[in-house]
Design a protein around this ligand. Structure first.
Ligand code: FAD
Length: 540
């Protein structure tokens, strides 16, 4: 369908300097930073509603955002060939704050080497030395400012105000196994085990919307439209000139004087690009989309952290889940949270974990662990009565690559997501080694008093049994990136200034720009991309 036709009859919302699609981790930063200049007018479109639910602000509330939540896109993948053809789950935030409103709040940047690799691969200006100032700019580190941490940014990074006794047991098990300990994974070295720092302010979730957007909402030069789903970018010749979007069953149109910026995340930024005629030409033609620019790599290079979970039952009264002890603790927990921003409700569940090497000769950790004092099965969609604990392990720099494609020319349809998990055998080999480390930890003496039945797999599994369990149950730990790769080569979707190659006035600024997945959780890197992206836009 031609863009001109798509916009016929659409009602104009007005004209802005910049139109941003998606109020997620990166989009909120962009809207806030660009409107610091009062002469610049910005329109921010978000497909989801405002972030008013108390289950967003209360950290433990995120446990309820998986199964049927209306603020979660709840995407399915295509059947995964190397995971017994299972359809995997891909939750994503669909609300102001995007995925930062439903995530586990862990603040991790990855390692300096991750960013130096980006620069080596052609993302000029994105080495660690280049991006560190942007991490620091956004950060309000509760422990104070330092060489590696910012002290006066809007994004609060705090120590957890609650530590579940089972999380302490996990750390004791790490000590017993003489694993290195680490109290700052974003400091001098990443390797080691410890409590994570979280994006929380006074015990409340500090999403990108809370940190960046809320303080900017009063500005006259910012219009935020919620429940507005971008359909496609429109062009004047090869220049992006605006965008059509759906609101309340009607198509509307907004004009961009300077730029349209896609910040719709690793699945939907490439989807909007393809719907707008920028993507692999043959694929677009298949869906009747007029090709504006043949960009074969749009939607390619999808990378994600595949995660395996060991689950054990326990009689410990400290377990979090569907059990009597939890119910009896709730009234006190609600009071402590409301009065002082403390207690169980400030838990992010994944309180403790860390980064390990599956081979001591490696230059840096290649697996990450998250321990949860509850039974987390199938993203919390499968409930178990009683108590337990779970330990996740994921491969940090997977070699498998997948795709995001259209499955319909209808912008309301979900994209076809194929992470192609375990298409590279090296990922499986590392995940098996990581699972072995997890089993060793859960078998450590510290856990003995709490130890119960292990679900799904026997106590002394060989590699084949672990591989079979991985294929049966592993799934994402929610870090898809890379589908609009930046780089200096002609094939890269974006140049290092995050401009879409082949057209003008169009950028992508979110997790999809990463050339390679960083070794860690991806919220802080997405926020950093928003910070640096805003400066690149301002400098144009
Ligand atoms: C359950 C879960 C737990 C996680 N836990 C952690 C964690 O503890 N720590 C961590 O660092 N990372 C975590 N992550 C990952 C991290 O939150 C994401 O990597 C990061 O938020 C991605 O930022 P983004 O800006 O690229 O996209 P998003 O934050 O997902 O934002 C995209 C926004 O665009 C909107 N949008 C999409 N399409 C359209 C459209 N067509 N029109 C209008 N709006 C649109 C979406 O609704 C969304 O608001 C987690 C993610 C999930 C889902």
């Amino acid at each position: 369908m031609k863009n001109a036709e798509a916009n016929a009859g659409a009602s104009p919302v007005g004209e802005f300097d910049y139109v941003i699609v998606g109020a997620g981790s990166a989009g909120c930063v962009l809207a806030s930073r660009l409107t610091e200049d009062p002469t610049v007018r910005v329109c921010l479109l978000e497909a989801g509603p405002p972030d008013t639910s108390p289950l967003i602000r209360a950290p433990l509330g995120f446990a309820f955002q998986g199964k049927n939540s209306p603020i979660n896109w709840r995407f399915d993948t295509v059947p995964q060939k190397h995971l017994n053809n299972r359809v995997c789950f891909q939750p994503r935030g669909r609300v102001l704050g995007g995925s930062s409103s439903i995530n586990a709040m862990i603040y991790i940047r990855g390692t300096p080497r991750d960013y130096d690799t980006w620069a080596e691969l052609g993302a000029e200006g994105w080495s660690y030395k280049d991006v560190l100032p942007y991490f620091k700019k956004s950060e309000h580190q509760e422990r104070g400012e330092s060489e590696r941490h910012g002290g006066s940014g809007p994004l609060w990074v705090s120590d957890l105000r609650y530590r579940n006794p089972l999380s302490e047991v996990f750390l004791e098990a790490c000590r017993e196994l003489q694993l290195p300990l680490n109290d700052d994974f974003n400091g001098e070295r990443q390797e080691g085990m410890g409590f994570y720092q979280v994006t929380q302010k006074n015990g409340r979730r500090c999403s990108s919307a809370a940190a960046f957007l809320a303080p900017a909402l009063g500005r006259d030069n910012l219009l935020v439209i919620t429940d507005a789903r971008a359909e496609r970018v429109s062009f004047d010749g090869r220049r992006a000139s605006g965008l059509s979007f759906r609101r309340g069953g009607k198509t509307e149109f907004v004009k961009a004087r300077r730029e349209v910026i896609l910040a719709a995340g690793a699945f939907q930024s490439p989807q909007v690009l393809m719907l707008s005629g920028i993507g692999p030409a043959a694929h677009l033609k298949e869906f009747g989309v007029d090709v504006i620019h043949d960009a074969p790599e749009v939607g390619g290079n999808l990378q994600d952290h595949l995660d395996y979970i060991a689950l054990r039952r326990t009689r410990s009264p400290d377990t979090i889940g569907m059990n009597f002890s939890m119910i009896s603790r709730l009234p006190g927990a609600i009071l402590a949270y409301k009065k002082r921003g403390e207690g169980l409700l400030t838990s992010n569940l994944a309180e403790v974990g860390g980064f390990l090497k599956t081979d001591p000769a490696l230059p840096e950790p290649d697996v990450q662990l998250h321990f949860i004092p509850g039974l987390v099965d199938d993203h919390g969609r499968k409930q178990h009565l009683g108590g337990g604990y779970s330990c996740h392990v994921c491969v940090l720099r997977p070699k498998s690559r997948g795709t995001v494609r259209l499955q319909s020319p209808d912008p309301m349809a979900p994209p076809a997501i194929d992470p192609n998990f375990l298409s590279d055998d090296d990922d499986l080999r590392r995940l098996i080694k990581g699972a072995r480390m997890v089993f060793r930890l859960l078998d450590a003496p510290a856990f003995k008093p709490f130890d119960g039945e292990q679900l799904y797999i026997g106590r002394d599994p060989d590699d084949a049994a672990i591989a079979a369990d991985i294929r049966n149950r592993s799934d994402t730990i929610y870090h898809p990136v890379g589908t609009c790769r930046m780089g200096s080569d002609a094939k890269a979707v974006l140049d290092p200034q995050l401009r879409v190659r082949g057209v003008e006035g169009l950028r992508v600024i979110d997790a999809s720009v990463m050339p390679t997945l960083v070794g860690g959780n991806t919220n802080a890197p997405s926020i950093m991309i928003g910070e640096k992206g805003a400066d690149l836009v301002k400098a144009a």
